[in-house]
Design a binder for this molecule. Sequence first.
Ligand code: PRP
Length: 188
Amino acid sequence: MLSNCVRRVCEKKEICFKKSLLIRKEDIKLKISEIARQLKNQIQPENTIFLGVLKGSIFFLVDLLREIDFDVKFDFIEAKSYGTSMNSSKEVKFTKITEMDFANKIVVIVEDIVDTGFTMNEVLKLIYQKNPSKVITCVLIDKYERREVDVQIDYFGFRIEKGFVVGYGLDFADQFRCLPDIYTLEKV
Ligand code: PRP
């Protein structure tokens, strides 16, 4: 038996994963400070709305807003496309939408990860329909190997080629989200 095997029950089956540290919480914090410094020069607080894409972006959005330290408005939408799979269903379902008025506002879309690009593409379509003055996208992880849709990424924290990542909001079947560091996960 592997010593670093992590067991989880998913859809009534026990799965064993190898979990390897990829990005430490200290490095996430440093990167968020850097992004916040740059973003502050791009926005006017009274005219800006931050929009987190749930659930994955929850910690990133909160930590980013604390670093930005402006009294901006924020809201969430919720988009789902993975369920309990490690692959995108390619069908993005919005399970929560926003009722905020984005007309003539700077909208900062905050995502934990862009992988295939399907989710960000649908979020962008939704927001551009609401006539914002500007849309800025801010993504913690830009994972490019499986990209199928070329989407706008204005700020990113880390670029990785491949691997299924969890922690700091990122999940597998709603598990591992609350880990403070980011790990790669492989089924063994
Ligand atoms: C994850 C993640 C992104 C999306 C990125 O969402 O939070 O929104 O996948 O993948 P893509 O670029 O291949 O579309 P998920 O559907 O797992 O929902 P969650 O945020 O609740 O985990």
